[in-house]
Design a protein around this ligand. Structure first.
Ligand code: FPP
Length: 229
């Protein structure tokens, strides 16, 4: 969800106003995804590196997150949205963590769409965590090193149990991954738009999905193998 800061600058506002307007983008992405039957939507809301932003911006973002979850919880629940979070949640302020955990528990039985918030998340952090857990399991004799395979590794990721993303959307014209789901996006289709996140609407999502539908996903095979003649 990139471009909140630039949106604010263009509108002569403080950066946090960009984040506040970014909530509209979240709402549009979620309702649009639900309407077309997307089962998993994962939003990169706060990276490990974002902690290094000026403290007032970090505080305001955490406040906004808590307020948004509180304000939207009833509607999320009514629409059968299951909320999840991935990342170093221990590093979040206690109030933020508690609100989030309550919302996650309340929506745990929903199954229309899973909305995962990546918070204090970075893919390298996640991969190192997974390696540490596997190392510990080896040390305790619970796994033999020769049994460490892709499945065993995937089981230690924060996203365990979720399918790999089919489509990754990045807004604001930047064309990079920025430490997001590096393992999981091995075969994801990438879609970039110059639109700043606060201006992101359902139609952008629908356009991304239409483009995705015209791509040929070969997973390393040749065209004739994946397209039945
Ligand atoms: C990146 O834009 C955006 C963020 C770091 C925060 C995203 C947060 C929201 C959209 C608020 C609502 C979120 C939830 C899940 C309730 P940037 O600040 O890097 O923009 P810039 O690159 O233009 O400076």
């Amino acid at each position: 969800m990139d471009g909140n800061g630039r949106w604010a600058k263009q509108h002569g506002e403080e950066r946090i106003v960009g984040h506040m307007n970014g909530v509209r983008g979240v709402r549009e992405a979620l309702t649009g995804a639900t309407e077309i039957g997307v089962r998993y939507l994962t939003l990169y809301a706060f990276s490990t590196e974002n902690w290094n932003r000026p403290q007032p911006e970090v505080n305001a973002l955490m406040d906004l997150l808590v307020r948004t979850v509180v304000n939207e919880l009833d509607e999320l629940h009514q629409n059968a949205v299951r909320l999840r979070a991935i990342g170093d949640l221990e590093s979040l302020p206690a109030s933020c963590r508690e609100t989030l955990n309550d919302a996650i528990a309340r929506t745990a039985g929903n199954d229309r769409i899973t909305l995962t918030l990546a918070l204090s998340y970075s893919a390298r952090w996640e991969l190192v965590q997974a390696a540490q857990r596997i190392g510990q399991a080896v040390k305790e004799g619970r796994i033999d090193p020769k049994d460490i395979n892709e499945q065993a590794f995937e089981a230690q990721l924060a996203t365990h149990g979720m399918p790999d993303p089919e489509l990754l959307i990045r807004t604001s014209g930047e064309q990079r991954i920025s430490n997001f789901l590096l393992w999981q996006i091995a075969y994801a289709e990438l879609w970039f738009t110059p639109t700043l996140w606060p201006d992101f609407r359902k139609d952008h999502l629908f356009q991304a999905v239409l483009d995705y539908q015209n791509r040929e996903r070969r997973f390393g095979l040749i065209s004739e193998q994946v397209t039945p003649s």
